[in-house]
Design a protein around this ligand. Structure first.
Ligand code: DX5
Ligand code: ZN
Length: 221
């Protein structure tokens, strides 16, 4: 079953990131939330920190940019060698041009939508992206509750991806735990970000396994 579990280090210990990165080595990718205190009210870190995470992480980086003007800043994260760079549709000037630039540099290109943003305008543009991130909480903070009302967007995306025979990953982020992961997988997600559920658990590897098993049992793939 092709499901991916991407723990979010937003819930890790920011002054002890290296051991926390090693504790999630059995996951697929490490989800790195970049927040600029403008696009979202919270502030995390920028390219210098992401570069060091890239240096020490045993698994590749899934960078989620919650920043203004990604057209200007996102390519820098691809240049650092991030496996995947996802920017927000609401913040991008030209999402297609930016995705093309990210791919040209060598990263997978992702576009993210907040809970209130419609997905329809992107359905015809899916070949331009490697990943679509459907936010299942309002971006900005870990530990929020999963918003069930975002699931119809995944169903639309999942149908569009299979009708067109594409391989676009469908990612969910926010409030994912061993219960909600089944709901999101059922709706068509195949790539799952989990912050507090993984880092709040005393055994991170066991929690990653639990999430993977729950997602695979409900996955369409
Ligand atoms: C929220 C971030 C998420 C966050 C998810 O804006 O994009 O990646 O870490 O945290 P949980 O899994 O705790 O909801
Ligand atoms: Zn995120």
């Amino acid at each position: 079953m092709a499901v991916r579990i991407n723990p979010s280090i937003l819930s890790a210990d920011f002054v002890n990131l290296e051991p926390d990165l090693h504790a999630i080595a059995s996951a697929d990718l490490v989800h790195v939330d970049v927040m600029d205190n403008h696009f979202v009210p919270n502030l995390t870190f920028g390219p210098q920190m992401v570069g060091r995470i890239q240096d020490v992480s045993p698994i590749p980086l899934d960078v989620h940019l919650m920043i203004e003007d990604p057209d200007r800043w996102a390519p820098g994260y691809a240049e650092l060698g991030a496996y995947s760079v996802t920017f927000h549709a609401e913040a991008a000037g030209d999402a297609v041009a930016l995705a093309r630039r990210l791919r040209e540099i060598g990263s997978r290109a992702g576009v993210a939508v907040k809970p209130g943003t419609a997905i329809e305008p992107f359905l015809d543009l899916l070949p331009e992206f490697d990943q679509v991130l459907v936010m299942t909480v309002e971006p900005g903070f870990g530990g929020q509750s999963f918003m069930h009302e975002t699931m119809p967007k995944l169903r639309l995306l999942s149908d569009a991806v299979s009708t067109a025979g594409l391989e676009v990953w469908l990612q969910v982020d926010g409030g994912i735990n061993e219960d909600t992961i089944a709901i999101a997988a059922e709706a068509g997600a195949n790539t799952f970000v989990a912050g507090s559920s993984v880092f709040g658990s005393p055994d991170r590897a066991a929690q990653i396994d639990l999430l993977r098993t729950a997602a695979a049992a409900h996955s369409h793939q």
